[in-house]
Write a protein that binds this ligand. Sequence first.
Ligand code: SF4
Length: 558
Amino acid sequence: MPIASQAADRTADRRVAAPRKPRPKRGEGQWALGYREPLNKNEQLKKDDDALNVRARIEQIYAKRGFDSIDPTDLRGRFRWWGLYTQRKPGIDGGRTATLEPEELDDEYFMLRVRIDGGQLTVAQLRAIADVSSTYARDSADITDRQNIQLHWVRIEDVPAIWERLESVGLQTQEACGDCPRVIIASPVAGIAADEIIDPTPAVEEIARRYIGSPEFSNLPRKYKTALTGHPDHDVAPEINDVAFVGVVHPEHGPGFDVWVGGGLSTNPMLTERLGVWVPRDEVPEMWWAVTSVFRDYGYRRLRHRARLKFLMSDWGPAKFRQVVEDEYLKRKLVDGPAPAIPAVPGDHVGVHRQKDGKFFLGLAPVAGRVSGTLLGKFADVVEAHGSDRVRTTPHQKLLVLDVEEAQVESAVAAFADLGLHARPSAWRRNTMACTGIEYCKLAIVETKKRAHDLIDELERRIPELDVPVTVNLNGCPNSCARIQVADIGLKGQIVLDRDGNQVEGYQVHLGGGLGLDAGFGRKLRGLKVTSAELPDYIERVVRHYLDQREPQERFAQ
Ligand code: SF4
């Protein structure tokens, strides 16, 4: 059976399930069932004041009076709605993370997340981020796996000036974090890929225009992640978003989107389920509104760890979810739709590729998303010198440069390589991701970015010619900001014992997770923990074993 057909069958098997029997439950804090009184402190702070209002206090009070003037409910709560988190005080080791109070971990500096919907940047926007990084953020900058750019070392006094600089070029930090619609991720090759089914960009722009910053959705039960792609490589990890629109061709109606709902990682990871509907592009914003409204009204607000949309989907199943969307929100029936074919390996677009207009785009790999303001400035110079004004961030912590003429491709590849941004990276550099980790994150237990850097160097030396993609994702704690459960080798940071019984940084190993055709969660091997020092030996052993034993065409996750 061809891969596309196998994939479609597999999708259908996995995602279209029989209606589920509702289980009797105690009140979960669902607004639609009359539970309007806050049942925990997070719900209380959202009810007390719309979190978006904190911007006025930052501009009028906190930025003028300094860190000590900040109300704690704003500092550890509402600031997130404007992309601001306090970063970890330097020097606190990971073994103490769980034992300290939040205020003991808080530094006076902030992480600031710049949301880049669809990952689409102009050179002017890139320069603005580079300037802000150099001027206000000690030259820090990380490309996240949700197409954001994250800065560190930001002082509250500088935040208004930063907003002014970013907003002057059309960028924002609004709802970059918090219980609200986070950045809308979209295919980084939207509108340019020769094999694209449908360009999601107009829908991305319309969702952002109508709903980001709207009080209609500024108080959701928990964070809410959206992804859209019209590319057959499913390049936005649609399986693990709260809502995803995936390009598909309807036999009668043509190109549009299949709708997947209820994915998410962290503890209790779950994959999205298909609603079985086909939505044309101009109806995507309305459909997004309906799904998001269901989450706002029926989402669980009693327990924070059960508040993501995936728990509601798990209890309802896709048939009931679809019915509520149709009957209570859209007030019309949706069109049944086919399942899209699933790619064997989700696309990351690294390399040199021809666009549909005959020009080329270059997919470049920094190390685990780590860049800097200085680097972004130099990058902007090279982009401009090669006649481009379009850059994209990717959900794989990579950068794309669009619109390069064929005659300029090799000089661009060489110039970017001089900056450490490789269009033809090793398989290790290409397929390793890392979260923020202990350098800045208050929840972290171990180091991640530097560890990823050293690990890539070591593995490039030990197995230089790896001919298959083996994804290695490092997390600094049990959360899953770097998607460990869906990596071939997922590494969850924790304190472990070395051979001499000392407590040291290390990782719990999850093996064989994946997206696309291998969508599923890696097996957590009981007792399999490696120290940071043992990591290169362990990965080399596992990968050599796979290379020695594999059948033709066998993927690592199989
Ligand atoms: Fe922080 Fe944990 Fe997320 Fe890493 S996975 S960024 S350590 S919360």
